[in-house]
Structures are given as structure tokens and as C-alpha cells.
Write a protein that binds this ligand. Structure first.
Ligand SMILES: [Fe+2]
Length: 401
């Protein structure tokens, strides 16, 4: 059985099924492994990991610990509760209409961020005049309909990961701030900080930055320097706001003090740093990289909720879920009728009942002619049972969104 235990109860010979770590770039070779010594346990604790999942069939049990199923059930009911109680700002235009413009803005944002980061690698100064119009266009799109831009950001190419992750973090931060009713001027400063938050990675040796595998402990220590390098670069940038600086300086800090570089705790981290740490983890986990298969957004939101016991501010995680929705646009869901459907439009007042496009029959395991179903309509007898992983069904989501 898979069980969840505190790291303080971990013993050598136990088998870790899932290290339950929010950081993809952690220096453990695998997410599951046999605990060989107290040294291993100290190392796990030193990376801020508080709880892990153990496999009791491959190592000793801890009788009183909750099973993974119990934990998942609890998290699911929390998600359902949030879905029933959270409301989002009403969009100004439908997502499908906004996607046309959002695609252009996304392309332009990637091009500009790519240029600015490359210039930084060559030792040139950041010119904010290049970045500010892009931030403004992204903010316009998010205000028209936040789901259009956000749904485009999951697809990343290995060689462009740092640039595309930067655009994603900037965009998700803008959407997050809008859901928090933050004023537009501040939103744009936070968004700019998001686009430039990893600029210090340009000073990390390329063989570490683009290593097609897990980093060693020494490499991870070098990688962590990107926060300091980024702050040094941005502090020299004329016109940069303290808000943008705090996004870059604090995006790896952690609510329980286990983050880096300063190990700040709770409200020692600015609001903007706290938002950035949630968004940074969400985007890294949902994205596919060479050594990490992207996890479905709904699953990652559930993980953020789980980690908000320690790593994140729980209220902010609730607001982030509100800004993204329980079933973000482009997610695959299973309906009670047995059909698999793609979420094509969220309902701002009912996060559990979006508009979906049924595309696959799970019983016959065959595609069906796409059919739109609005789950909020009184005549709709269907409902979402769960999210689904498209690869498990051989479904190419690009065909439908
Ligand atoms: Fe970073």
C-alpha cells in the first residue's frame, strides 16, 4: 500500500514511492528509491521536503499513516468545495475568439523575451522599453479572457524552455493578480518581473542549464545562483520597479522558510514573491521537459493544495485555483456518460461545469465526431467525473483546441 508519512518518521530500509517534492530540479536521481541511511533522510529534509509517500510492499510499514487514497480523497473533496464556492471575474470575450489574438501575442512575447535573455548572456543591459509593450499586450488579453493565453503556454520545446517558461510565468502572474483585484499598474510590474524572473539563468553554464537529465548536487548548487545573478542584472536596469525585483528575488523562497536564496519565511516574503513561487512550480510541473513528463493541470492544482500545508500560503493557492479554474481550458475530462471531453470554455461562476467538447468514447475506445456540451445548461444531464491523461487514451489534444 502507498502511504503518506512525515519525513521525521522516515527510517532506513523504507521505500520511497514518491518524494513529493515541489521542485522538479531537485538533486535526487529518481522520485522513488530505497532509503539506505540516515544520511539520505537528512538530505531529504535539507531540501525542505516534509512528507513523502512510501510503498509498504517494498519496505517497512507505518501502521497509523494515511493511505495515498485517503489523501487523494480528501484533496478531491477540497477541490470540489473550492469549485463550488470560488467565482472568477466574468470574461469580456469568449476564449475561442481571444485565442486568435493570444497566439500572436504569445509568439511576440517569446521572441522578445528570447532576445532580451540572449542579450543578457552577451553582457548587454536589459532595455525595459522592449519588454513593457509585450507585458501590456498580455495584460490586455488576460483582461479580455484569461484562459486563451494561459491555454497556449503548456507546450514548450526543449531548447526554448527557459524563454517559454518565462513567458508562461509572466502571463500566469498577470492572470493571478487580476483574480486578486490588484490594480493594473501593479499587475504590469508583476508581469514584467515574471517575464524576467529567470534572467539570471543566462549566467549559468549552458551545459548545466540545458542538461538533458537530473542535476547533480554540485550542479544544483550552481543552478541556485541564478536568483542572485538575476537580481544583480535587474538592479542595474534603469527604471525597474521594486515589485519586479521582488518577483525575481523571491520566486524560489518558500512559505515555511525552506526555499532559497535567503530562506525567508511567511510574510517575510513579499506578496509578489509568494505569487511567483506558486506560479513557478505550477508551470514547471505542467510542462514537459526532457526528464519530466508534464502533469495534467488539475493534478498539479491538487498537489499545490497538498503542499500549501507547508510550502505555500494556502489562501493564495485558493486564489490561484480560482484564477486558473478547476478544469483549465484544454484539459481532458471524463464525463459520467463515458465520453472523454476537452474543456473549451470555463464558466466564471461555476468552475465544476465548464463547456466541453466530447471527442472520444471511453467504452468503445474510439474517437467520435466532436460535440459541444454546456454542462451548466439545465437540460444537460452529464457531469465531470474526473480529469484524464490524454496520452493514456492516445488523444492528441492539439487537434481539438
Ligand atoms: Fe528560477
Amino acid at each position: 500500500m502507498i502511504k503518506k508519512i512525515d519525513v521525521s518518521n522516515l527510517k532506513p530500509t523504507m521505500f520511497i514511492h514518491d518524494i513529493n517534492c515541489p521542485w522538479i530540479d531537485h538533486p535526487f536521481l529518481r522520485d522513488s528509491f530505497l532509503v539506505e541511511s540516515d544520511n539520505d533522510i537528512e538530505k531529504i529534509a535539507s531540501y525542505g521536503i516534509r512528507q513523502v509517500y512510501i510503498d509498504t510492499q517494498r519496505g517497512p510499514d507505518m501502521p497509523d499513516a494515511p493511505s495515498a487514497e485517503d489523501v487523494h480523497r480528501q484533496l478531491d473533496s477540497k477541490m470540489q468545495y473550492l469549485g463550488q464556492t470560488l467565482k472568477r471575474p466574468a470574461p469580456l470575450v469568449p476564449a475561442e475568439k481571444e485565442r486568435v489574438q493570444a497566439k500572436q501575442i504569445c509568439r511576440e512575447a517569446s521572441r522578445i523575451v528570447h532576445n532580451v535573455l540572449q542579450d543578457c548572456r552577451l553582457g548587454k543591459q536589459v532595455e525595459l522599453e522592449q519588454v513593457e509593450p509585450v507585458v501590456s499586450s498580455i495584460t490586455d488579453s488576460i483582461f479580455r479572457n484569461p484562459d486563451a493565453m494561459v491555454s497556449l503556454l503548456r507546450i514548450k520545446q526543449a531548447d526554448k524552455y527557459t524563454f517559454q517558461h518565462s513567458v508562461a510565468v509572466g502571463t500566469l502572474l498577470i492572470s493571478f493578480c487580476r483574480a486578486l483585484d490588484i490594480d493594473r499598474k501593479t499587475i504590469e510590474r508583476v508581469g514584467l518581473g515574471g517575464l524576467l524572473h529567470d534572467i539570471g539563468k543566462m549566467q549559468v553554464p549552458k551545459q548545466i542549464l540545458n542538461k538533458p537529465g537530473k542535476l547533480s548536487e554540485a550542479e544544483f548548487a550552481i543552478m541556485k545562483n541564478h536568483v542572485r545573478y538575476g537580481c544583480e542584472t535587474l538592479e542595474k536596469t534603469p527604471g525597474i520597479s521594486p515589485i519586479a525585483l521582488s518577483v525575481a528575488a523571491e520566486h524560489h523562497e518558500c512559505y515555511d522558510g525552506s526555499g532559497y536564496p535567503r530562506g525567508l519565511k511567511g510574510d517575510q516574503i513579499s506578496l509578489y514573491g509568494q505569487l511567483a513561487s506558486v506560479v513557478d512550480v505550477y508551470d514547471a510541473m505542467t510542462s514537459t521537459r526532457i526528464y519530466h513528463v508534464g502533469i495534467e493541470p488539475t493534478e498539479v492544482l491538487r498537489k499545490l493544495l497538498e503542499w500549501s500545508d507547508h510550502h505555500f500560503n494556502v489562501q493564495l493557492v485558493h486564489h490561484f485555483i480560482r484564477s486558473i479554474g478547476i478544469y483549465p481550458l484544454g484539459s481532458l475530462v471524463r464525463l459520467e456518460s463515458g465520453y472523454l471531453a476537452v474543456v473549451v470554455e470555463q464558466h466564471h461562476e461555476n468552475l465544476l461545469h465548464p463547456k466541453v467538447r466530447a471527442v472520444f468514447d471511453s467504452q468503445t475506445r474510439h474517437s467520435i465526431p466532436p460535440r459541444d456540451v454546456d454542462l451548466t445548461m439545465p437540460g444537460s444531464n452529464d457531469r465531470i467525473l474526473s480529469f484524464e491523461v490524454p496520452a493514456r487514451w492516445g488523444i492528441d489534444m492539439q487537434r481539438y483546441i
